[in-house]
Design a protein around this ligand. Structure first.
Ligand code: PEP
Ligand code: MG
Length: 548
């Protein structure tokens, strides 16, 4: 078994077909007739634009508007007078043939884009590479690899699947895609997900043409020539996956509401800006928790205000005006960041962490709050404070935000004057004071992961006491009930972003208590929408009364 990252979920079982791009070698001689060469280039550009537009139209019809946008972006690039002008200049001044001019200018843009450490620019580099290949093929009269007619039950294996190659795929025949390059957010991964074909990047070298391949795009696992028992096991998994998917498909694009029409909001939790796209793809109604600590991890120093601003803005823009709750830095305890050089503590879970740390380290906190305020001009960003235990902490954060707003105003920088500031309810102190907090916080989000641990006085890592770590425990349920009711009594939104929000058994209780936002992992969105739809308010009330 080979493990990679699952770029597109689902189980694929089939025979490997290795796709090799044809050679695009050409004779690199100086041209004598510059005008004729310019004409060749112009004709190739026209052909390429027409072809790409046709692929985009086909994609729009077969897959969707959003996916077609990638190819429409290619059309715009091909019409960019700056880029095509540089190609013409290379022919005129350097006597290059059209192929060499295309290659030189595309390589220049690819290099420029890929040197910028931003995913969007990296993707732009891939787009230019795809365009270069398409233009060279037209100039050299080389046929495209025909992916539309591969036999049924094909697992495509390729160095990379460019958006134009992926656009030609017939999902009826292709059961899986394995590429050497491309991450979870590459265009080919996005297209594979849109075509609902399981895909895994990073595993191709061990595979030969005709090999039997089983891939699990949800887990990122690939088996080459597995025995019959494993094949049968995965065949069953495949059927179960498809059945579950079909059952949930009816909830795509639907409102999240109970059987008798009580509406709630269904959002998702993310850790990285890139994850926001998945939330949109999975039909989330917003982001209920963006754990910003991931921006601070796996790097040598604090991300700058500028870097943070770019990350928050990206999420806000991806969500196109839907709510985005961004939690300020929650480190300490089990979340370590080496460069902060925090001292080892006897009881890290009860120590110097989250908001306690941020209020002492304004060098850390102010840039984050300022970045959040600046990004709030680009969407519905809300600020959430973690690990709150007393009112002074919330007030201190709000004061700091008020000061930063003044700073921004003086600098003439846009921000949302009415940005909401809410708190995580994940400590017994916050729960017991929920009625008081509800008067000063704009919203609550219940963090059952920590609230369960702190309420039950249980260390999650200790197997001896793990039986106590459950949100079903009456003490935790009472805490949840009082928080929801206290928040609703003051008319503020009360959500839940701990794992318990995705538990279908808890749904009737949360509905009965009046919770109005559920935030779950992107992959749990549809199942949670279904879970909520199964209950009427009356039935939920009856279950809650009995449980409590
Ligand atoms: C929680 O405690 O429930 C929560 C959502 O926060 P985290 O899991 O990041 O601690
Ligand atoms: Mg927590």
């Amino acid at each position: 078994m080979y493990t990679g990252i699952g770029a597109s979920a689902g189980i694929g079982i089939g025979s490997a077909v290795i796709v090799k791009e044809p050679s695009l070698a050409y004779d690199n001689k100086a041209v004598s007739d510059v005008d004729a060469e310019k004409k060749r280039l112009a004709e190739a550009l026209d052909k390429c634009i027409a072809k790409t537009q046709a692929m985009a139209d086909d994609m729009k019809e077969r897959v969707g508007e959003k996916e077609a946008e990638i190819l429409e972006g290619h059309v715009l690039l091909l019409m960019d007078p700056e880029m095509t002008g540089q190609m013409e200049t290379s022919i005129a001044d350097d006597k290059m043939c059209a192929e060499a001019a295309v290659e030189k200018i595309c390589d220049y843009y690819m290099q420029m884009f890929s040197s910028i450490d931003d995913e969007m620019f990296q993707q732009r580099a891939t787009d230019v590479c795809d365009i270069k290949t398409r233009l060279l093929k037209i100039l050299l009269d080389v046929e495209d690899v025909d992916l539309a007619n591969v036999p049924e039950g094909t697992v495509l294996v390729a160095e990379d699947l460019t958006p134009s190659m992926t656009a030609g795929i017939n999902p009826k025949n292709v059961t899986g895609i394995l590429t050497e390059v491309g991450g979870k957010t590459s265009h080919s991964a996005i297209l594979a997900r849109a075509l609902e074909i399981p895909a895994i990047p990073g595993i191709t070298e061990k595979i030969s043409n005709g090999d039997k391949v089983v891939l699990d795009g949800s887990e990122g696992q690939t088996y080459i020539n597995p025995d019959e028992k494993l094949q049968a096991e995965y065949e069953q998994k495949r059927v179960a996956y498809l059945e579950e998917k079909a059952a949930l498909a009816q909830f795509v694009g639907k409102e999240t509401k109970t059987a008798d029409g009580v509406k709630v909001e269904l959002c998702a939790n993310i850790g990285k800006p890139e994850d926001a796209l998945k939330v949109v793809e999975c039909d989330g109604e917003g982001i209920g928790l963006f754990r910003t600590e991931f921006l601070f991890m796996d790097r040598p120093q604090i991300p700058t205000e500028e870097e943070q601003f770019a990350a928050y803005k990206k999420v806000a823009e991806t969500l196109e005006g839907k709510p985005v709750i961004i939690r300020t830095l929650d480190v300490g305890g089990d979340k370590e960041i080496p460069y902060l050089a925090l001292e080892k503590e006897e009881n890290p879970f009860l120590g110097f962490r989250a908001i306690r740390l941020c209020l002492k380290r304004e060098d850390l906190y102010r840039p984050q709050l300022k970045a959040l305020l600046r990004a709030s001009a680009y969407g519905d960003i809300r600020i959430m404070v973690p690990m709150v235990t007393c009112l002074d902490e919330l007030r201190a954060v709000k004061n700091m935000i008020a000061e930063l707003k003044e700073e921004l105003k003086a600098e003439g920088v846009a921000y949302d004057e009415n940005i909401k500031v809410g708190i995580m309810i994940e400590t017994p102190a916050a729960s017991l004071m929920a009625d008081v907090f509800a008067k000063e916080a704009d919203f609550f989000s219940i963090g059952t992961n920590d609230l369960t641990g702190y309420t039950m006085a249980v260390d999650r890592g200790n197997a001896e006491v793990a039986y106590l770590y459950s949100a079903y425990n009456p003490a935790v349920l009472r805490s949840i009930e009082r928080v929801i009711k206290a928040g609703r009594a003051e008319g503020i939104m009360v959500g839940m972003c701990g794992e318990a929000a995705a538990d279908p058994l808890l749904a009737p209780l949360l509905i009965s208590f009046g919770m109005n936002e559920f935030s779950v992992s992107a992959t749990s969105i549809l199942a949670t929408r279904k879970g909520i739809s199964l209950w009427t308010k009356e039935e939920a009330d009856a279950v809650a009364a009995k449980a409590m």
